[in-house]
Design a protein. Structure first.
Length: 468
């Protein structure tokens, strides 16, 4: 009897050791062994993708019991996001914290308020001999990608930031923002300094693409793809616009194709940029569609990381936008009936002789693109009140009407108008990690800790600790 008990005990111990080994292979290294090292690091940022937005997308796309691929990663954390000068961060300060390990003021791109330039994790990867890439659905020079490869006192310095990103020698640049890569007077160009960066890129051996088809056939060790003069179009609008833009997954696949063969590894940042824009507009259907696009891109990266065995993948958000909350009376049928973005609807509105959007036009657009046939007078008046504003701000009003009808828990229009960030919140955001060094990401942590943990796992020189 004692012998049988001993055998059972030994079998149990062996099973525990085996299961522990399997878990450690995915999340890190065993105690006392050499720390896990990552040859490649992929950082995925869902801009504005707070917990509520993620739950909404999960409910619609997968059902309450479903999980996105990144939600199955073995390690997860809750991340705080405040800025140096504000308890609520904007994308510039948040991306700076993630990229450099330092807090800065809202609006600043990888510099401190006194002008001190903050080295970034992407720059450290370059110094270590790794290839680098930035893939976004925003302009490539917007706050998040800018903070990884540029340094400027204001996120609004688009021309300067675009030039810095190209001059930094980043191997893959994919997204929107063609206007700041061409001189004024040439195509979509707006540059005032006369630089034709797209021509410079071609001369330096970059494959240059402006459409999905051109990207698909692009070859070589460097790629510059700019698929819109400004932001790339929302996923829900593309079918109506007939655009030739690649999806985030398409761009991510090309980035992997270019970078994966590099001898010393690579660093890649992928951003689902327009989750944030949709959230600002109260566009629940848009948040779902943009999160779906982001999740598909992350899925490709996850499959690559599982096969490679030497790739750390981190999925997180820079901040929460509009405090999305999945309420009990949320109208999922109406959400699924919404065909396009609020900004698309705004651009379809026609004005009357008084210079305001005509009530009949407002009602027609809501019925055609959202299936709403009983628009109230107060809802019409809210949209009319924005008649002199830019289309994206008109979209905010359209989105506010739809969010109210959906019973979506969200920052109110009144509070949004008081918010310098346009509706960001101080809510923490999720983080998920897979691969070598993933075990470093757990519990509650601050966004300034991300870059240092990446550097440690990649075994490169980078010391962001001071100056948080």
């Amino acid at each position: 009897m004692r012998k049988r008990g001993l055998v059972r005990l030994l079998v149990t111990v062996m099973l525990v050791v085996l299961l522990s080994s399997v878990a450690l292979a995915a999340s890190g290294s065993a105690a006392g062994s050499e720390p896990a090292r990552a040859k490649n690091v992929i950082l995925c940022i869902g801009d504005g993708m707070g917990f509520g937005a993620l739950q909404l997308a999960r409910n619609v796309l997968l059902g309450p019991e479903g999980k996105f691929a990144f939600e199955t990663f073995p390690n997860a954390a809750i991340v705080t996001t405040y800025a140096l000068d504000n308890l609520v961060t904007d994308s510039a300060a948040a991306a700076t914290a993630i990229a450099t390990g330092h807090k800065t003021n809202n609006g600043m791109i990888s510099v401190l308020p006194d002008g001190t330039v903050l080295p970034t994790i992407l720059e450290a990867m370059q110094k270590a001999g790794k290839a680098t890439g930035l893939v976004v659905t925003n302009t490539i020079y917007d706050a998040t990608p800018a903070a990884f490869g540029a340094h400027w006192g204001t996120r609004g310095g688009s021309e300067e930031i675009a030039g810095q990103l190209f001059d930094a020698g980043i191997d893959v640049l994919l997204g929107g923002g063609r206007d700041q890569f061409l001189p004024s007077g040439k195509g979509d160009g707006k540059r005032k300094d006369g630089r034709d960066i797209m021509a410079e890129a071609a001369a330096k051996g970059y494959a240059v693409a402006t459409t999905k088809d051109e990207l698909a056939v692009a070859k070589g060790a460097r790629v510059l793809g700019l698929f819109h003069k400004s932001y790339m179009n929302y996923q829900k609008d593309r079918a109506y616009l007939g655009t030739a833009e690649p999806s985030l997954a398409d761009m991510t696949a090309k980035a992997l194709e270019v970078l994966k063969g590099t001898k010393d590894g690579f660093f890649l940042m992928v951003e689902g940029s327009r989750i944030d824009h949709a959230a600002h507009a109260g566009d629940a259907a848009g948040v779902v569609a943009e999160t779906d696009d982001f999740a598909r891109a992350v899925g490709l990266l996850y499959e690559f990381a599982k096969a490679s065995g030497d790739t750390l993948v981190i999925v997180t958000a820079d901040h929460d936008t509009m405090g999305f909350s999945v309420t009990e009376p949320l109208d999922y049928d109406l959400l699924r009936a919404i065909k396009v973005s609020p900004e698309f609807m705004a651009l379809k509105l026609e004005k009357g002789a008084d210079g305001k959007f005509a009530p009949e036009s407002i009602r027609k657009v809501f019925e055609e693109f959202a299936g709403v046939k009983d628009l109230r007078d107060d809802e019409v008046q809210l949209v009319q009140s924005m008649s002199s504003e830019a289309s994206y701000k008109v979209g905010y009003a359209v989105g506010a009407v739809l969010a109210a009808r959906l019973n979506m828990g969200i920052v109110s229009p009144q509070v949004q108008l008081k918010s310098p960030t346009g509706g960001h919140t101080g809510n923490p955001v999720p983080l998920y990690a897979f691969g070598p060094g993933a075990d470093k990401f757990s519990g509650t942590m601050d966004n300034t800790q991300i870059a240092g943990k990446i550097a440690e796992t990649a075994a490169i020189g980078f010391a962001p600790a001071a100056g948080r």
